[in-house]
Design a binder for this molecule. Sequence first.
Ligand SMILES: Nc1ncnc2c1ncn2[C@@H]1O[C@H](COP(=O)(O)OP(=O)(O)O)[C@@H](O)[C@H]1O
Ligand SMILES: [Mg+2]
Length: 258
Amino acid sequence: MANDILVVHQLNKTFKAPAGDVVALNRIELKVKQGEFVTIIGPSGCGKSTLLKIVAGLDTDYEGTVLLNGKPIDGPSIEKGFIFQEPRLFPWLTVEKNIAANLSLEKPEVRKKVDELIELVRLKGFEKSYPRELSGGMAQRVAIARALLRSPDVLLLDEPFGALDAFTRAHMQEVLLDIWQKNRTTMIFVTHDIDEAVFLANRIVILKPRPGAIRAVVPVDLPFPRKKASTSFQQLRYKVLNEFEKIEELELVDSSVI
Ligand SMILES: Nc1ncnc2c1ncn2[C@@H]1O[C@H](COP(=O)(O)OP(=O)(O)O)[C@@H](O)[C@H]1O
Ligand SMILES: [Mg+2]
């Protein structure tokens, strides 16, 4: 479709290892629309990071088709922002310089954009702080602002809130939704937290391991803002949980055959 920003078709990825090859991704089919919020969920080792790195252009050694804006992905570019689990800030730079990275704050257009982003990620008053003075959630908000500076078409987030406590995590989810609603940047967000996946997504892609493959895709039609304690939220949560239970049943069948 015309407004598909990302198209993944027949994607396979195998890691060659002395102990035997690992099929990390097996025939992945995925289309993401412009402005969509997609969460990818699945147990450890099911290929979530591998898939995200391929879309980011950080790994170009794969079979199949991966298109961003209709063009094959052949390396990192400013169209793709990436957020890791840990913020990866420069410890010797202030918040505003971390966000500007290698662009000069002396330039009025950079200054303006950095100031807007500081506002957006709710760090006003901390422009001159150093990473060591920030909480984990604040540091991750700096990383998000830095990734947004070049207005990427898609933001790729690999368990970005995984190291944060539950309250900070819930706050970060609200901040990210606010950013998405204001900027309409396409989001592809990896998590292994079902509540987080349901809270954020327009669509949840459920992966299963060995080999990494898509088990199910669950649309989330709940209006925003969502309430985690509401019945409709809990119903969707059960639907996703149910898919995981099916994966476990499949694995039991597999092991009983062996
Ligand atoms: N560089 C690598 N070399 C060999 N195997 C790898 C490498 N990276 C990942 N794998 C394997 O590929 C599978 C998927 O890994 P990964 O994408 O990191 O999973 P997830 O992010 O879902 O936990 C795992 O079995 C993992 O051990
Ligand atoms: Mg991972």
